[in-house]
Ligand binder design. Structure first.
Ligand code: T46
Length: 136
């Protein structure tokens, strides 16, 4: 059974020089192969995103610009992680309820995902999530 402790911060290697920084994510930098990339932008500061869990999907969230909070919940423990450095991303393992809040103005959340979009992988009702965790 996965827990919030499995959702770890991963530092992204950066090549720095006088022209600016270049962050690079190669195959082995994160513990899954990604098949999809999407991003959240123009998110109002009052908006909350997420509010669901995934059955099988792994994701890696990168605050390309600005900052936002990710509230992680494994059904027992809750933890809030603030993402605010473009070279530090958050690994999200399956079976974790997540909420994204407090988006700063102009923030961008880039997400690498282990699979293509599949609504059947989502658990969008909290009680169903609790039932799912109890069966694990
Ligand atoms: C997650 C957080 C961080 C697609 O058609 N393709 C896609 O790849 C995605 C991610 C979404 N959609 C559709 C599904 C919905 O009709 O876009 C709409 C909004 O999706 P959702 O309400 O799931 O968006 P968020 O920001 O609440 O959640 C997304 C991801 O869905 C989710 O996996 O962990 O970002």
């Amino acid at each position: 059974m996965t827990t919030v402790k499995d959702c770890t911060l991963i530092e992204i290697p950066v090549v720095e020089d006088y022209r600016g920084n270049l962050g690079v994510i190669e195959k082995d930098a994160i513990p899954f192969n990604f098949k999809r990339v999407y991003y959240l932008y123009d998110v109002p500061s009052s908006a909350a995103r997420g509010g669901h869990a995934h059955k099988n999907l792994y994701q890696f969230l990168i605050p390309l610009s600005g900052s936002f909070d990710v509230i992680l919940n494994d059904g027992i423990e809750k933890k809030t992680v603030t993402l605010n450095k473009p070279n530090i991303g958050l690994l999200l393992v399956p079976g974790i309820w997540r909420e994204l809040e407090n988006f700063s103005s102009g923030s961008i959340c880039l997400v690498l995902a282990s699979d293509e979009y599949n609504e059947l992988d989502y658990i969008r009702h909290y009680q169903k999530f609790i039932d799912f965790k109890a069966k694990k």
